[in-house]
Design a protein around this ligand. Structure first.
Ligand SMILES: NC(=O)c1ccc[n+]([C@@H]2O[C@H](COP(=O)([O-])OP(=O)(O)OC[C@H]3O[C@@H](n4cnc5c(N)ncnc54)[C@H](OP(=O)(O)O)[C@@H]3O)[C@@H](O)[C@H]2O)c1
Length: 298
């Protein structure tokens, strides 16, 4: 695989990472530990070393699956990123919890679920500016870095043009920005990426397959089950996006090239992007996604 340095940290992350929202059960599948193990083993075999999870992919459920896996493997083989700020109640139901007291409780719950002593990257999970502007939060988190529970802080911005949070990243001690970036959504190129470059921040491109639509396997009118987050997407908007995907497939994707691999390579051609974190449903998708590397050289 290929690796890029995450901003000013000493972490070399694989340019293809593993997004793990799906392990929480909101992507149409309820995972077993064996299925999760197979995905992470496949990633490890291919040289993938970066996992992105969160407190609210299930109530620490995705973290627990990862923890049960990591516990039996080598902790130091992996760079683990998780997040704070929500309480999961049920599928697609969460409440905000960004205050400095409950964030520390969440951190301890995440460490326990992940069965690790430290988290490599602890990210503010797409919170409002009001929560971001709370100095007490960042002071409390700095203390957790001093205590050795967190290596680095990061921000996952909710709207992909939230320049307020990006511009203040260094001020709050964050070393990375996680943002929606893919062939259908290029907004970060305008202001977010220039600010990341200027501050030497790592960039995690999330939703790099536009929720799977950029895999090219869905046609306009595609329907998703009630436990798949895509059933909540605006139907008309999805139809327009899938029409655009079809146009891109015909006009931009070279014949014989897997469109998912192509879409990930497209993100990585932008050098500001440190890693892409596609959600992978099974080992086969991990392999296809890692194949993006071969397209980078061409
Ligand atoms: N606010 C935040 O911080 C936030 C928000 C969203 C996501 N994230 C992070 O970003 C990660 C990725 O985003 P995402 O999962 O929402 O969207 P995504 O990565 O754009 O799409 C993932 C979906 O695409 C399909 N897919 C993946 N690889 C494929 C392949 N090789 N061929 C065909 N289909 C493939 C799978 O679904 P099907 O096979 O069912 O189509 C998979 O669930 C998440 O797991 C999470 O870690 C963070």
């Amino acid at each position: 695989l290929k690796y890029r340095r995450l901003g000013s940290t000493a972490l070399d992350v694989s340019v293809i990472g593993l997004g793990t929202w799906q392990f929480g059960g909101e992507w149409g599948v309820n995972y077993s530990q064996d299925e999760v193990d197979a995905i992470l083993d496949q990633g490890n075999e291919l040289g993938i070393n970066f996992i992105d999870t969160a407190e609210c992919y299930g109530d620490h459920l995705s973290e627990r699956f990862i923890g049960n896996y990591i516990h039996r493997r080598k902790r130091e083989d992996w760079i683990i990123a998780t997040k704070f700020g929500h309480q999961f109640h049920d599928l697609f139901s969460r409440t905000d919890r960004y205050d400095e007291v409950s964030v520390i409780t969440q951190l301890d719950q995440s460490l326990k679920a992940l069965q690790v002593e430290y988290i490599d990257l602890y990210q503010f999970h797409s919170g409002p500016d009001e929560a971001f502007d709370n100095d007490k939060l960042w002071t409390a988190l700095d203390k957790q870095i001093e205590a050795g529970k967190i290596r680095h802080l990061g921000l996952s911005i909710g709207k992909n043009n939230n320049i307020h949070q990006v511009e203040n990243a260094t001020k709050v001690g964050a070393k990375s920005i996680q943002v929606v970036y893919n062939r259908l959504d290029r907004a970060p190129e305008e202001q977010v990426f220039p600010s990341c470059q200027q501050q030497n921040l790592g960039v995690l491109a999330r939703v790099p397959l536009a929720s799977g639509y950029l895999s090219g396997k869905y046609k306009p009118g595609a329907v998703f089950s009630n436990n798949d987050v895509r059933h909540r997407h605006d139907a008309e908007q999805t139809k327009l996006r899938l029409e655009e995907v079809d146009r891109i497939r015909q006009e931009e994707v070279p014949a014989g090239v897997n469109m998912a691999s192509w879409a990930l390579a497209w993100c990585l051609r932008n050098e500001t992007v440190t890693t892409v974190i596609p959600g992978c449903k099974d080992p086969e998708q991990v392999r296809a996604n890692a194949q993006a590397i071969s397209l980078l050289d061409s």
